[in-house]
Ligand binder design. Structure first.
Ligand code: NAD
Ligand code: ZN
Length: 238
């Protein structure tokens, strides 16, 4: 491995687990005690907007809790970005802001973030520094109840796909951290890279083996805070 390769890092809910944010599919299949289908689809939002607004307002408030901090996995990725000489892209499926808080710069939130909203009428975006509700009036077009959190729900197109696929085409080193790699399109990234570069180095970090582990050159099993730290330290010492 050398620092002037092009590196693509994909992170999922597992990297934020040790910071106190629950993953999507904890054993009970719920997301923080909510049924996924009640909070992650446009149908759920149409049926009960107040419930969905409340869920994301609570998640956003939780991020403001000083106890929720980036962990060594987030910090080490920011450190890696600083010393990296080739092209570097961090793509996260997470909607939290822990990578930014740790200092990551070149990052795309392919599933959106908790701190932005958009209007379904005029398609303008805004910073979310307040609670969203069905009575919220869009500051751009004045319609009421048309704003929603800028998070990608099931059945919706993830963001930044052109940039992501164009980077995948030149990727030499692909690193996956804390993601089950079951959710498409991210689940298809490896197959996509392999069409362009059969010598790509594929490295996985997860707390347990995943059903995609056999696709990787190396799988580091354990909590990301420890395994990612060890990995970055090894590279930096060289
Ligand atoms: P997922 O919940 O499907 O998978 C999480 C993965 O992390 C699992 O494979 C698990 O084994 C692994 N993991 C758990 N703890 C770990 C640890 N300490 N170290 C290393 N690995 C660990 O999550 P996903 O693949 O990101 O997929 C889905 C969706 O969940 C995303 O769309 C995202 O928007 C949403 N989500 C985001 C957050 C967040 O922003 N933090 C939290 C929950 C869900
Ligand atoms: Zn509007």
């Amino acid at each position: 491995m050398n620092l002037n390769q092009n590196i693509f890092i994909l992170t999922g809910a597992g990297i934020s687990r040790e910071s106190g944010i629950k993953t999507f599919r904890e054993k009970d299949g719920l997301w923080d005690e909510h049924k996924i289908e009640d909070v992650c689809t446009i149908d759920a939002f149409i049926k009960n907007p107040s419930y969905v607004h409340k869920f994301y307002n609570e998640r956003r408030k939780k991020l403001k809790n000083p106890k929720i901090k980036p962990n060594p996995a987030h910090f080490n990725l920011a450190k890696l970005e600083k010393i990296w000489e080739g092209d570097f892209l961090l793509v996260t499926q997470n909607i939290d802001d822990l990578h930014e808080k740790a200092g990551s710069k070149n990052i795309l939130h392919m599933h959106g973030t908790l701190d932005k909203y958009y209007c379904m009428k005029c398609f303008k975006f805004g910073e979310l520094k307040f609670d969203l509700s069905s009575s919220h009036k869009c500051k751009y077009c004045d319609s009421i109840g048309s704003t929603r959190v800028d998070v990608v729900w099931f059945g919706e197109q993830p963001k930044y796909l052109p940039q992501i696929y164009s980077f995948l085409e030149k990727t030499d080193l692909f690193i996956s951290i804390g993601t089950s790699n079951n959710v498409y399109p991210a689940a298809g990234f490896i197959d996509y890279i392999l069409q362009f570069n059969q010598n790509v180095n594929l490295i996985e970090f997860n707390i347990e083996k995943t059903n995609k582990s056999n696709l990787f050159t190396d799988s580091f099993i354990g909590p990301a805070s420890k395994t990612v730290e060890r990995f970055v330290e090894k590279i930096t010492i060289k």
